[in-house]
Design a protein around this ligand. Structure first.
Ligand SMILES: C[N+](C)(C)CCCC[C@H](N)C(=O)O
Ligand SMILES: O=C(O)CCC(=O)C(=O)O
Ligand SMILES: [Fe+2]
Length: 423
């Protein structure tokens, strides 16, 4: 996944003199025109010789350096990203240009660059100006250097040392500052607490609605459970549950899980939390081939329930580790050994390698120093990023009542962005 090394292009036609500090030339690069393999022709050439590109005919991109970023900007991409009033609505950030009407062989008639801006004049006379800073941030090369979601990966010690405060319920409900602080903690660590909440299902629902839309599932909207075996799942028992993420058997696992323990008269029942991304990053550092396999091999998870009036059959497909391909950044871990279905998505020679990789990840997830144990108490509500942090529980005795819900992830992130956070 390494970036093509920026190469100097001596004598490149159309090269302009350097502009300002750190803004050397733009040039029309003599790269192959789109072929059957499109933009990937030159990449594919090394693996599929039958589609090796013909020698370059006409330049199809501009090469631009801004600061330390060398960008290769395809002309169709540049035309498509014209931010002029006739092509783009800056208010709604919606495109008005019809991309399908852009000639795929388009080239600018004139190119000019000053210290801050690139100007292109297209064959029909339309002029597009691009802020160089905007290009550096929005180009592929720029994106590769950024993370989408800033996070602090943790083990038990890192989390405890950080002394992340719980947010008071009133401040969470009544002030933007309280809500923002809560969301910032949640985005950075994948878990966050609200305290001094009235221990009822109704009050828990009010908290949930403050940051998102409740995701109704087969378990209901607000769920509420004791160890009464009312459903097919082991959650409805007193047994210990090993670390896992929930709803792995949905095509899109639930984004956030809210837990509120309303009552517990008995022993045990502590909650286990493990940062799945921290564990996965350690696998990446120790054995990148394991990480890659876990990110590539799709798996099925399944939930079959036939109990009382509940009849459900859910299947979700996806790899254990989900990463953005351009920067390898993790965004979702799907890990539930209880609900993992028959493994039949890869041939036998990959199967053993996958088990080794899965074992390496499991070993990391099970390291005692990665385990954060908390006892949920009435009044303290826990929000867990179910795309990142695994949860489990210790076996317990006595009467224990838990309520909570799932939240739609897009809407949590929406709230965070509206408060000015990067999410
Ligand atoms: C939270 N609530 C009790 C409603 C559901 C529990 C679902 C548990 C299931 N094994 C899973 O991991 O998805
Ligand atoms: O009982 C608990 O503390 C958690 C059970 C569980 O994993 C769940 O409800 O998703
Ligand atoms: Fe769970």
């Amino acid at each position: 996944m390494a970036a093509p090394a920026p190469r100097a292009r001596p004598g490149c036609p159309g090269t302009l003199p350097p502009h300002g500090p750190g803004v050397p030339p733009v040039c029309l690069a003599a790269a192959p025109r789109p072929s059957r393999c499109g933009l990937w022709a030159s990449v594919l050439a090394s693996v599929c010789p039958s589609v090796a590109p013909k020698p370059p005919l006409l330049p199809s991109l501009a090469e631009l350096r801004y600061g330390s970023t060398v960008m290769r900007l395809d002309f169709v991409w540049l035309r498509d990203h014209c931010r002029s009033a006739s092509c783009y609505n800056a208010k709604t950030k919606q495109r008005s240009l019809d991309t399908a009407s852009v000639d795929l062989g388009i080239q600018p008639q004139a190119v000019r660059v000053d210290e801050t801006t690139l100007f292109l004049t297209w064959p029909d006379g339309h002029v597009t100006r691009y802020g160089l800073e905007w290009l550096a941030r929005n180009s592929y090369e720029g994106q590769k250097q950024q993370v989408m979601h800033p996070r602090i990966l943790w083990n038990a010690e890192i989390y405890q040392q950080a002394q992340v405060p719980s947010i008071d319920c009133r401040s969470f409900l009544e002030t933007d500052e309280g809500l923002k602080e809560f969301l910032q903690n949640f985005l950075l660590y994948g878990i966050a607490f609200v305290e001094n909440v009235t221990p009822t299902k109704e009050d828990t629902e009010i908290l949930a609605k403050r940051i998102s839309i409740i995701r109704e599932t087969i378990y209901g909207r607000m769920w509420y459970f004791t160890s009464d075996f009312s459903r097919g799942d082991t959650a409805y028992t007193k047994l210990a549950l090993d670390r896992h993420t929930d709803t792995t058997y949905f095509q899109e696992p639930c984004g956030i899980q809210v837990f509120h323990c309303l009552k517990h008269e008995g022993t045990g029942g502590r909650t286990l939390l493990v940062d799945g991304f921290h564990a996965a990053e350690r696998v990446l550092r120790q054995a990148p081939e394991h990480f890659e396999l876990l990110a590539k091999v799709p798996l099925k998870h399944e939930y079959v329930e036939n109990m009382g009036g509940c009849h459900n059959h859910m299947i979700g497909v996806g790899p254990v580790l989900n990463v953005y391909p351009w920067n390898n950044e993790l965004y979702l871990i799907r890990y539930n050994n209880y609900d993992r279905a028959v493994f039949n998505t890869v041939p036998h020679d990959v199967v053993r390698r996958w088990y080794r990789a899965h074992r390496a990840l499991t070993a990391e997830l099970r390291r005692p120093d990665n385990e954060l144990w908390v006892k949920l108490k009435p009044g303290k509500v826990l929000f867990v990023d179910n795309w990142r942090v695994l949860h489990g529980r210790e076996a317990f005795t006595g009467y224990r009542q838990l309520c909570g819900c799932y939240l739609t992830r897009d809407d949590v992130l929406n709230t965070a962005r509206l408060l000015g956070l990067q999410a």
